[in-house]
Ligand binder design. Structure first.
Ligand code: C5P
Length: 219
């Protein structure tokens, strides 16, 4: 049912990994493919939303019609989201943002020397948590990729980041999580209710998320 139920709504989506530089040629990152976030952006476009996609470096093509801003590091992504969130109704944080960045980035390539090498890391801003503090009546949705205590950890994140809904997936299960085209997720909402979904394509998960967002917005 591809309706126009998002016409007039503005949705901001983060997607992909971030890269945290070590020196001019090296970085720390993760396995996020961007597929889930891009699917949310595409689904929202299909339903008539204005979509801004703030994306880390990925190898997939953004859906046409979105305003796309490419960023590299968590700080870049944070700055881009913070400067634009105010004009959006719905904020969906799908990016796998690096929790830490290098305390100092070397200006020149680090030379190989001793048998051990230590990189000091400092905490990155938590974009979703910062939005949670200022979101007002905007609907904030986050993701929670877990390897254990799925529901408990996801519920804690929902509360601590002041989200309206969290999409939890167990990344150890086949057919869920990084890189693949399918996902197996649970939705947990602010009122404690949860919805268990069967394995489905990331496109279908995206549409189910958008269905729930509308019901929250109206609630
Ligand atoms: O705490 P954790 O990283 O597991 O939470 C995941 C959720 O928080 C995702 O929605 C992710 O996009 C968001 N997040 C963020 N900025 C961070 C870390 C996580 O927006 N620095």
């Amino acid at each position: 049912s591809k309706k126009s139920d998002y016409e007039g709504l503005r949705i901001l989506v983060t997607a992909g990994p971030t890269r945290e530089p070590i020196d001019p040629v090296r970085y720390i990152s993760n396995h996020s493919s961007g597929k889930m976030g891009y699917a949310v952006a595409k689904a929202a476009l299909e339903r008539g939303a204005f979509v801004k996609l703030v994306t880390g470096p990925v190898n997939i093509t953004p859906p046409s019609g979105a305003e796309v801003v490419c960023v590299t590091s968590a700080i870049d992504m944070y700055n881009e989201v913070m400067k634009s969130y105010e004009s959006f109704d719905v904020l969906v944080m799908v990016a796998a943002v690096a929790d830490y960045r290098c305390a100092s980035v070397s200006e020149s390539k680090i030379k190989k020397s001793g048998d051990r090498f230590t990189v000091e890391l400092v905490k990155n801003p938590d974009i979703a948590a910062e939005l949670g503090k200022v979101k007002g009546d905007r609907v904030l949705v986050g993701f929670s990729a877990e390897t254990d205590n799925l529901l408990e950890n996801a519920a804690l994140k929902l509360a601590s980041k002041n989200m309206d809904m969290i999409v939890a997936n167990d990344v150890t299960v086949e057919g869920a999580g990084f890189g693949v085209d399918t996902n197996i997720v649970k939705f947990i909402k602010r009122d404690g209710s949860s919805i268990d979904l069967p394995i489905m394509s990331k496109e279908d998960v995206a549409h189910r998320i958008l269905d729930e967002v509308l019901s929250i917005g109206k609630g």
